[in-house]
Design a protein around this ligand. Structure first.
Ligand code: ADP
Length: 587
């Protein structure tokens, strides 16, 4: 019996086990979405392809299988390119399906005509056009390619005549779980020897370990060997933040003092200061374990010692090679880590208590944390934190502990602002919709999705609050509102109005590039679509709104007016941390 192209596409996705599609429809891809819904696949319809493509990348990360995004051709593809860049930068698996104009109209200026394959080929792992006959094989191979090896994007261009044509159903070949490679045993032996004789060993745990769902073997490794570990921002939770070997509160000391470092699923990029001085010890042996051979030896990674392999397998190999050995935690390195931890945690505790209104970041996050922890203790793993915005992300990172993996997402490798609401929707789908992918990854019990958004970051995708409301997603969003990018530029409404006046009159000294609207009523975005909004200024109001918001069954936006306009120098602690190459340095 023949079926429409749209039916064949939906069937191929269904046979691949796809349970959720993120997207935004138009003609003709709407037919694919409708056929997918008819097969029981959930279609989450966004207000902008950008947010939909971000959501699909996060879904891929959380479930360990490609997230799927469906968009129209031309402008839809251009908007979804944001997700493609995000998937590549973060190494997340993503399958984008896009409509395109009829094949016989090529070059004639057809509706939304664009040569998407040429545009996307350099940015994807595979970019192909499907014919009517090749639908199952094209979609399967794009899905598999985006997933196997290092995650990235598979793109399938679906012309209107393919979507609307008629063809026969051919079953999709089963795509088993991604293959896992072991490390060269001789190298494992050498690495184990180096660890045994190290004075200051360190294990760095990245979001690749979290994506690989390698928590069980990594927990065994650290518990057995007592080697101190450092999570990257999204590697948090692979090991519990409360673990006694966690050096996160002594990050600088941990990096600077380490002599042998095993990097499990993290790149030596800006997040890890390239593995270079001055943040790292110049003589440290940095040993990467990565699924991607191209990554090994990059920047200050030691190419001779680095191993290619799956973290799950290599960690078990290391465990076996280190059997019976434990690092001596009375070492000078561990003592230095402890001293640094005590000092840094005391400073953080002080900033959490600063008692003034408008509130500071420290106080704001402390109130949210105390309230949420009463409702859902971190050990239960009942909350997923999504965090974006320069200060909001940076400061909140160390405030909210996570005890389980894949419970914290942020702007990631690309430092992409605007991912937050899409990520929150993805997390809601991954954790709270019953699906086979969810049962193989995160636990499927209902989790509260909590977004910590700077007012600037929130602005990138605020219409997606309506998406949340439409699907009844009980997502709790905090907008940490200081009236600007970074710190804004005004400390009170009179000053802001003066600057605005200057801007209007075109005179010097108008609003700065970092300035956003003064005390904008972001909470109303929730109210306009059936959610609940709160505007809060004091710790008491914030605590009450947090509790009510946590218990609500609709999306909630809590707009927190905090201290604004601190005219500090603009800087970002993660940057400017690497030495510049010397002029005579050779590659
Ligand atoms: P972070 O942002 O936490 O520093 P990155 O995204 O930079 O982490 O690095 C993640 C790394 O993990 C990538 O280089 C990726 O190739 C690697 N990776 C992903 N999955 C696996 C796996 N199963 N085994 C080994 N390495 C993996």
């Amino acid at each position: 019996m023949s079926s429409s192209g749209a039916q064949l596409i939906a069937q191929a996705l269904h046979e691949l086990g796809v349970r959720v599609i993120f997207g935004l429809v138009g003609i003709p891809v709407v037919q694919i979405a409708e056929e997918a819904i008819a097969l029981g696949i959930r279609f989450i319809a966004f207000r902008n392809e950008q947010a939909a493509s971000y959501a699909a990348t996060a879904y891929g990360y959380l479930t360990g299988r490609p997230g799927v995004c469906l968009v129209v051709g031309g402008p839809g593809v251009l908007h979804a390119m944001a997700g493609i860049g995000n998937a590549s930068a973060n190494a997340f698996p993503l399958l984008i399906l896009a409509g395109s104009s009829e094949t016989h109209l090529v070059t004639k200026g057809a509706f939304q005509e664009m040569d998407a394959i040429s545009l996307l080929s350099p940015h994807t792992k595979i970019a192909v056009r499907s014919s009517l006959d090749s639908i199952p094989q094209t979609i399967t191979n794009a899905y598999r390619t985006s997933w196997y090896g290092r995650g990235g994007t598979g793109f399938v261009d679906l012309p209107a005549d393919v979507i609307q044509g008629e063809g026969d159903h051919i079953s999709t070949r089963i795509v088993p779980a991604a293959p896992r490679a072991a490390a060269d045993p001789a190298k494992v032996k050498v690495i184990a020897g180096l660890l045994r004789s190290a004075k200051a060993p360190l294990v760095v745990v990245g979001k690749g370990a979290s994506y690989a769902q390698a928590e069980s073997s990594i927990r065994k490794l650290i518990n057995q060997t007592k080697i101190p570990f450092l999570p990257t921002p999204m590697g948090k939770g692979v090991l519990p933040d409360s673990h006694s070997s966690n050096t996160a509160s002594a990050r600088s000391t941990a990096l600077k003092g380490a002599d042998v470092v095993i990097v499990l699923g993290a790149r030596l990029n800006w997040i890890l200061h390239f593995g270079e001085e001055p943040k790292w010890n110049a003589n440290a042996k940095i040993i990467q374990v990565d699924i991607s051979a191209e990554e090994l030896g990059k920047n200050n990674g030691n190419a001779e010692l680095a191993v290619i392999g799956d973290i799950n397998v290599v960690t078990e190999q290391l465990l076996a090679a280190l059997q019976g050995w434990q690092y001596d935690t009375s070492s000078a390195y561990v003592q230095a880590l402890k001293a640094s931890t005590v000092k840094n945690e005391a400073t953080a505790a002080k900033s959490a208590k600063v008692d003034k209104i408008p509130m500071t970041y420290g106080r704001t996050f402390d109130v949210i944390k105390q309230t949420l922890h009463k409702l859902s203790p971190p050990e239960d793993g009942g909350i997923v934190y999504i965090s974006e915005g320069a200060n909001t992300m940076d400061i909140s990172r160390s405030v909210f502990p996570v005890e389980h993996p894949r419970l914290r997402l942020d702007a990631g490798t690309y430092a992409t602002m605007g991912v937050g609401l899409g990520y929150a929707i993805a997390a809601h789908c991954a954790y709270n919709l019953p699906s086979p992918e969810a049962s193989s990854g995160p636990k499927s019990s209902h989790k509260k999705i909590v977004c910590l958004e700077g007012d600037s970051a929130f602005g990138f995708s605020l219409p997606e609050v309506e998406t949340m409301a439409r699907y009844g997603m009980d997502i709790l969003i905090f907008v940490v509102n200081n009236g600007g990018v970074y710190h804004g530029d005004s400390s009170d409404s009179d000053a802001w109005l003066r600057l605005q006046q200057n801007s209007k009159q075109g005179v010097k000294g108008g609003l700065r590039s970092t300035s956003l609207g003064w005390e904008v009523g972001y909470e109303k975005v929730a109210e306009m679509c059936g959610g609940i909004g709160y505007l809060v200024r004091t710790p008491e109001e914030l605590a009450r709104a947090t509790e009510e918001g946590y218990k609500a069954t609709v999306p909630v936006v809590i707009n927190i007016i905090i201290e604004a306009g601190q005219a500090k120098k603009l800087e970002f602690a993660w940057q400017n941390s690497s030495k510049k190459p010397k002029k005579e340095a050779k590659l």
